[in-house]
Design a protein around this ligand. Sequence first.
Ligand SMILES: Nc1ncnc2c1ncn2[C@@H]1O[C@H](COP(=O)(O)OP(=O)(O)OP(=O)(O)O)[C@@H](O)[C@H]1O
Length: 290
Amino acid sequence: MSEPNVIAASDVTIEYPAHSVSASHTAVKGFTLTVAPGEIVGLVGSSGSGKSTLAQIISGQAALLSGREPAPRIVGGSLEVLGVELRGLRRSKAAKLALGVGYVPQDAGTRLTSNMTVAELVAEPLLLRDKRFDRHEAGLRAATLVDALLLPVGTMVKQPHELSSGQRQRVAVARGLIQQPPLLIADEPTAGIDVSVRGTVVDVIAAAQRARGAAALIVSHDLDALRRSVDRVAVIHEGVVVGLGPIDEVLADPHHPFVAGLAEAAAHPDPYDEIDPPADDGANDERSTR
Ligand SMILES: Nc1ncnc2c1ncn2[C@@H]1O[C@H](COP(=O)(O)OP(=O)(O)OP(=O)(O)O)[C@@H](O)[C@H]1O
């Protein structure tokens, strides 16, 4: 018998509730997606299309926030993550779910604790979950990830303020991966990272998860960064799913003008049409080993 899907979303609608002067706002409409164990899926769309909202909902983080600040909530359809129905999920159950789902939030690199070294920051999630976790093993895992993400060896003893923004973002990705979660949700993990390293970052996430039969949902507006590593993409536009399947199939047969635009851009890449400003990522820093 095949293992159950780690994500089973059926016709999910998500809204932000009304608060102070703002009316309620539907951020995602009719989102349907299944992700199998070991599958790597990209979630693509333009700014404001609903990607981060979905990442917050699927990771269980929105349910953890509910009641504290205007958090998005599921108002239609059903969404099971690791076998737990998230529609109407209570905060206590969300906390349990969050233990099984790794989450790298948008701009995670900017949220690193400033007075810790990279070695401490990357190992921290393991030690927070289990105070008795072997520190030597945690250190080894941290160093392996830092190396795989092409950060210079000397990075381990540095603090966030000594790193470029792209390097900090890679440290945040390493923090997400070190817990070896059955499902990792990474929201724009390549943001601020030099274009020459973005594909590698997605490769590392995909390889680490696949090697353990674990899954990942990687949010990105950068189809190129996803191309090598994901099994399928879900394309959303203004809150609606407008393309779903293997990248090449979605682009070859676009059913929506937004997907047709993506296909056109993929077929005729303009080398001067960089969406993101160039990142000072230290991507080409000399590495002291290898
Ligand atoms: N706290 C909030 N309250 C109300 N509406 C919100 C809130 N946060 C986001 N939205 C709206 O929900 C929609 C989806 O936003 P979301 O941030 O999920 O998009 P996104 O695709 O992740 O965009 P980006 O790529 O810019 O991060 C947008 O219309 C946005 O304005």
